[in-house]
Design a protein around this ligand. Structure first.
Ligand SMILES: *[C@@H]1O[C@H](CO)[C@@H](O)[C@H](O)[C@H]1NC(C)=O
Ligand SMILES: *[C@@H]1O[C@H](CO)[C@@H](O)[C@H](O)[C@H]1NC(C)=O
Ligand SMILES: *[C@@H]1O[C@H](CO)[C@@H](O)[C@H](O)[C@H]1NC(C)=O
Length: 972
């Protein structure tokens, strides 16, 4: 029996938690996380260790490292007689083996690459004292080959004699987390090696940014040909090839933009929706695509086939298109949009119910009507079609012999399946392989996840989730429908995005977990099958905090519109999301899902991608999000050990991480308005909105009009709530993949402009620990190399001491950090002009207000510097205009992609204003002549920069836009 809804205890979630609560709770698990000295999570060794056996199951050593440690131990022990061995052997062994501890990075103070790492693991006070009492003179042996021998001889000579100095050097003050207490700390060891959970049971994962700047990325696939390339499709009709190392080929794999029917309207469900490569793509070089098209003023979806160019492995032959299937769409929503090949080699096509609300067409809707292809899963044989027919029907299709049923149908009763996947099966047993999972977007109340089987009826419109939608149909005994494996109510999300069962190699903890999400709420979710009972257990997924995700390259926030999930050739899991769900906004990112709690053993998952012949240029990938590791350390004081939560019995109020929607600060003047908007939106009980919509069947084509009308009639910007609600309402009617973009109340040329702050309506992120005055409690005491000359060694050496030089080459060394340059470094490398502009920008910044501004900038003999800006306008206002920037001797425009109020404020401050009141997109403040160059694109500022050249951006002159996208700014 499947679960009807998620456990409400887990799901009932306030949207925003008071910061106070976060502050209180930050201490939870605040200290340290399992991490190895190579900056990666611990693992289970592939072969059992023989020396540091306590880390046989989980830790940071493989057999090879274990061997090195053992060799070092025996070298040191060569200095001892039997009694010495008895007295000190265990200390030395334990100290040496801490490199294998899952908390080794913490014990060695290696978590922060900017502070010196310890030579030896941090010991607890008591342990250090007894070590000193019994074996103090072994310190020099342990340190012997870890650096400058002379220096350490002096050091050890100084401190070996003095217990206080000795333990000041070796002790880790934090009583819970020093060795050996760290081994017995219940909190740290309770679920060691399992996915970390927050107190509500939410699984804490992290992310890695893999691609960005994408326009509504709807699908990502791979070719299964050893190249480990991945292909990312954008809704407007492009497919791009990315190499295994993340570089993108600059010419598209497919450019169908001329044929694809879509619009920049947020919430347009039409467009290029999917691509699937032939399952034997290395031999059969064909690709299948699914897109919306207008034929004789009729909207259709088209599934067609393309062949790879013979001259370029990374481009389809654009003249090779062969239509396989076209289905007329009675409405512009619910276009389905999934294509995939099953293990049987057949092409599965998932088609929506035709649109509008409640599947209104015909007597009992399309989905239950087997004479139409709408609301169905189809199965076709596209291999045996060389005689000219586009496809043939597999001989075991379930309704082949049913009169009036279309033979293509494989399953029916689906509403609008959005994102389906095939389970690869357990990597060792193969169990589960071939199962087909789909998310089916709901109508008013429930979103569902289904397992698709041949001939299955998935219940729509009789049922939605587990409940009746059309009572009459629902109670009809002939319905015989298959229930979802999981359904969730609309308070958790309003548009499911189906995901994948994780079967990759790198995150052993995630094996078997079905990971999916919700497009509207941005919630990431998981289901795990209880193999014995067949039930699927729901767990929410949230982002780990800054400490949990403090690994190289990882981030812990994402944009909330989760459009799709994907698997790479190795089976690692990704999702595609955007901050602005418009087919034109370059706000889409591909994220890799990373479990920070455990990785596979080193070497277990390595592969060598087959080489790819590349024509054209490569565009290298630059992550745009700030790595957790580069964030300024959050300095919430760690409470003293006595107040730290020590046992599981302590009642901790549930801490919510996601989904806390952190919206980047809006433009100053609109702060309150925006807040109200959000609150109102959240507070509006979904049922209200839905009730309205379920009654009102808004014609899909009227949706944009509705939105526009609302904006016209709303006296912006004082009452944004109304217009916002209207948009929401309209969008809910569409309810499937309906992105909602709060559009700016500002209107120009009769259409809404996208409002800058919204473009960065930043995502869900882990709870940000509130800033607090810096404290030193997080810092381990640095090694104090006392220069004080020790008193001559007066204490006689113990008998077991024999001075015999060791020759071991073993060194506990900090490994080189293999991360991409930090942002500042990278920017420094990328921005050639950065240095020359600063002076000019400074001058401008200091300029008193009230002097001539705008287009007069730069005149009057002042030497223009790279990065100087001006606002060009025809109506004589000096505080606004089309933005132009001066670089390399010329003035040029800036493209509006990604340009936010933060970038606007950089510009306005340069011009002597305090802030940017508005950022106007799509040349709303004027378009430049054709002879003016577009100098900057994809500008993304933090807000503190002195000029746009210091912001993230594309190279000067390199752009992907026209003057129709010239950005304008209104300063104030
Ligand atoms: C170690 O001590 C010796 C003798 O006092 C001194 O000459 C030398 O500079 C010291 N070395 C270091 C690295 O401190
Ligand atoms: C990625 O691989 C391609 C082909 O091997 C190579 O030309 C390119 O420089 C690589 N990119 C990076 C960033 O290393
Ligand atoms: C894609 O095709 C359109 C029209 O067919 C063309 O205008 C556009 O430049 C092409 N884009 C790329 C990146 O090749």
């Amino acid at each position: 029996m499947a679960l009807q809804t998620c456990n409400l205890h887990h799901c009932l979630v306030p949207h925003l938690l008071p910061f106070v609560l976060l502050l209180l709770l930050h201490a939870w698990g605040g200290c340290c996380h399992p991490q190895c000295l190579d900056y990666k999570p611990p693992f289970e060794p592939q072969q059992p260790l023989v020396f540091c056996k306590e880390y046989i199951k989980f830790g940071c050593c493989d057999l090879e490292k274990d061997g090195e440690i053992s060799a070092k131990f025996y070298t040191i022990m060569d200095n001892f007689d039997h009694a010495g061995y008895d007295a000190c052997g265990r200390y030395i062994r334990s100290i040496l083996c801490q490199e294998c501890s899952p908390y080794s990075a913490h014990l060695f103070d290696a978590e922060d690459a900017n502070t010196p790492m310890r030579m030896l693991p941090g010991l607890c006070g008591d342990y250090c004292s007894s070590y000193w009492l019994q074996c103090r003179y072994t310190l020099s042996l342990l340190l012997e080959d870890s650096g400058n021998p002379q220096q350490f001889a002096n050091l050890t000579a100084t401190i070996e004699e003095d217990r206080k100095k000795f333990c000041d050097y070796l002790e880790l003050k934090d009583k819970q987390y020093c060795y050996p207490n760290v081994l017995t700390n219940t909190e740290l060891n309770a679920n060691l090696g399992l996915v970390r959970e927050d107190p509500t049971g939410c699984l804490e994962l992290c992310l890695q940014e893999v691609a960005n700047g994408l326009r509504n990325p709807v699908a990502m696939i791979h070719a299964e040909d050893g190249t480990h390339r991945f292909f990312v499709a954008e809704q407007l009709g492009y497919v791009w090839v990315y190499l295994a190392n993340g570089s993108r080929i600059d010419r598209p794999f497919l450019n169908l933009t001329h044929a694809v029917l879509t619009s920049p309207w947020a919430g347009d469900e039409r467009g290029f929706l999917c691509i699937a490569l032939h399952p034997r793509f290395d031999e059969v070089k064909k690709a299948y695509v699914y897109y919306s098209v207008s034929v004789k003023k009729e909207e259709r979806i088209r599934v067609s086939e393309f062949t790879l160019l013979t001259t370029d492995d990374n481009q389809l032959d654009h003249s090779s298109e062969r239509t396989i299937l076209e289905v007329v769409e009675p409405a512009s929503n619910h276009n389905g949009g999934q294509l995939l090949f099953g293990r049987d080699g057949y092409l599965y096509i998932f088609i929506g119910d035709g649109g509008r609300a409640g599947d209104p067409f015909g007597k009992f809707g399309n989905s239950q009507n087997k004479s139409t292809l709408l609301g169905k899963v189809l199965r076709l044989d596209v291999d045996n079609n060389d005689d000219g027919t586009p496809y043939s029907i597999p001989s075991d299709n379930p309704f082949l012999h049913e009169k009036e049923a279309r033979p293509e149908i494989y399953a029916y009763g689906v509403r609008n399946m959005w994102r389906c996947s095939i389970d690869r099966g357990d990597p060792t047993t193969g169990r589960g392989g071939g199962r087909m999972f789909c998310g089916d977007v709901g109508q008013n109340k429930f979103e569902e996840v289904d397992l698709i089987v041949k001939g299955g009826n998935y219940g729509w419109r009789a049922k939605e989730g587990f409940s009746c939608y059309d009572r009459k149909l629902c109670l009809n005994s002939s319905l015989d429908d298959i229930l979802p494996i999981f359904a969730y109510p609309h308070k958790l999300g309003k548009s499911v995005t189906g995901g994948y069962i994780y079967r990759g190699c790198q995150m052993p903890n995630l094996n078997g977990l079905y990971i999916f999400g919700d497009f509207m709420s941005g919630r990431l979710m998981s289901l795990k099958e209880n193999v014995a009972s067949g039930e699927w257990q729901y767990r929410e997924i949230c982002m780990g905090g800054d400490r949990t995700c403090r690994f190289p390259k990882l981030i812990n926030s994402y944009y909330k519109y989760i459009i799709s999930f994907a698997e790479d050739e190795a089976g690692e899991l990704y999702f595609l999301a955007t901050g602005v769900a418009s087919a034109k906004a370059r706000a889409g990112v591909v994220y890799k899902i990373v479990d920070p709690s455990r990785r596979a053993a080193p070497g277990k998952c390595s592969f060598k991608p087959a080489p790819v012949k590349i024509k054209g240029k490569l565009v290298h990938f630059y992550p745009k999000e700030e790595f957790v590791i580069n964030k300024k350390p959050t300095t919430t004081p760690i409470p003293t050990t006595s107040t730290r939560k020590t046992t599981t019995t302590t009642k901790t109020p549930p801490r919510r991480k996601t989904p806390i929607i952190i919206i980047k600060p809006p433009m100053p003047t609109r702060k309150t308005i925006r807040k109200t908007t959000l609150q109102t939106t959240r507070k509006t009980p979904p049922t209200t909105a839905l009730k309205t919509t379920s009654k009102t069947t808004i014609k899909p084509t009227t949706v944009p009009t509705t939105v526009q009308k609302a904006m016209e009639t709303t006296p912006a910007p004082t009452t944004p709530t109304g217009y916002r609600t209207t948009i929401m309402t309209a969008a809910f009617t569409r309810s499937a993949q309906t992105p909602i973009i709060p559009t700016s109340p500002t209107r120009k040329h009769g259409r809404p402009l996208q409002y800058a702050p919204i473009t960065t309506s930043k995502p869900l992120t882990s709870a940000q620990p509130p800033p607090s005055p810096s404290t030193t409690s997080m810092k381990r005491p640095k090694v104090a190399l006392t220069s004080e000359r020790p008193a001559a060694l007066t204490t006689p050496r113990p008998q077991y001491w024999s001075l015999k030089p060791t020759t071991s080459g073993y060194k506990p060394q900090r490994p080189p950090i293999n991360t991409t340059p930090t942002k500042t470094q990278e920017e420094g490398l990328r921005l050639g002009e950065k240095l020359e502009n600063t002076g000019g920008a400074n001058q401008v910044y200091k300029r008193p207000r009230g002097r001539s501004r705008g287009s007069k900038r730069g005149r009057g003999g002042r030497k223009l510097r790279a990065g100087s800006v001006r606002l060009v306008t025809t109506d004589g206002l000096s505080d606004r205009g089309r933005l132009e920037i001066f670089i390399r001797g010329e003035w040029g425009t800036v493209c509006d992609d990604l340009f936010t109020s933060k970038a606007g404020s950089v510009v306005c401050r340069q011009l002597g204003f305090t802030t940017a009141l508005a950022v106007m997109k799509r040349a709303a403040l004027g378009e430049a002549d054709r002879n003016v160059r577009i100098l900057l694109d994809d500008v993304e500022c933090e807000g503190g920069e002195r000029s746009l050249l210091e912001c993230k951006r594309s190279r000067v002159g390199k752009h992907n836009c026209s003057h129709g996208e010239d950005v304008g700014v209104i300063c104030g």
